[in-house]
Design a protein around this ligand. Structure first.
Ligand SMILES: Nc1nc2c(ncn2[C@@H]2O[C@H](COP(=O)(O)OP(=O)(O)O)[C@@H](O)[C@H]2O)c(=O)[nH]1
Ligand SMILES: Nc1ncnc2c1ncn2[C@@H]1O[C@H](COP(=O)(O)OP(=O)(O)O)[C@@H](O)[C@H]1O
Length: 185
């Protein structure tokens, strides 16, 4: 591991497999700290407050933003999401490798405020496979899937802005490649 671990941002279209890859990676590498975001979207079955997200009201999100408590935030497919700043900085200061799983707009804000951050794009093997994964997950109704696929077109076009691209064909391979990019071995 390098002396001062860098902040790594993982972005990519909804349904590409970000959560799956990160969960797989952290099973064996719990030393990587994954930031827990605040969101105004409702929890999916099995999602727990403080573990997957901090589920907040619109008013609570307004306050987090107004008080400058978020490192970045964005509206995605009708809900707001943001990264609590303090926890990220504390972990980086104590030498812990930090991973953010956030959308393209958030990644761009992190690039501005923390230029040393490493931006990694997770791409699907094909458009058809992305549609299959997002639909197959079964967590969103058709109109929400449509919104997320619209966002996915914009996100896929922004891939050249990232420092590295990983294609999510095999979860195991991508998890290994991500660890290598983060200098965690
Ligand atoms: N900008 C930003 N995006 C976030 C944050 N947390 C999650 N996201 C992104 O918001 C999008 C929607 O997340 P979610 O509703 O959990 O759906 P999923 O990623 O398809 O499982 C994804 O692109 C996430 O990476 C955050 O704190 N900030
Ligand atoms: N490499 C892969 N091959 C096949 N299916 C995958 C792969 N990675 C993830 N999936 C599946 O795709 C769906 C979306 O994955 P998820 O991790 O929820 O995506 P994201 O967090 O990017 O929205 C899930 O049903 C997951 O099991």
């Amino acid at each position: 591991m390098s002396e001062r671990p860098r902040l790594t941002v993982l972005s990519g279209p909804s349904g590409v497999g970000k959560s799956t890859v990160v969960a797989h990676m952290r099973k064996e590498h719990s030393e990587v700290w994954l930031s827990v975001s605040a969101t105004t979207r409702g929890p999916r079955p099995g999602e727990r407050h403080g573990v997957h997200y901090f589920f907040v009201t619109d008013e609570e999100m307004d306050k987090l933003i107004a008080n400058g408590e978020l490192l970045e935030w964005a509206e995605f497919a009708g809900n707001r999401y943001g990264t609590p700043r303090a926890a990220v900085l504390e972990h980086l200061e104590t030498g812990v490798p930090v991973l953010l799983e956030i959308d393209l707009q958030g990644a761009r804000q992190v690039r501005e405020s923390m230029p040393e951050a490493q931006l990694v794009f997770l791409a699907p093997p094909s458009w058809e496979e992305l549609v299959r994964r997002l639909t197959g997950r079964g967590t969103e109704p058709p109109e929400v899937i449509e919104r997320r696929l619209d966002a996915a077109k914009v996100e896929l076009a922004a891939e050249p802005e990232f420092d590295a691209t990983l294609v999510n064909t095999s979860v195991e391979d991508v998890a290994r490649e991500l660890l290598a990019l983060m200098d965690v071995v």
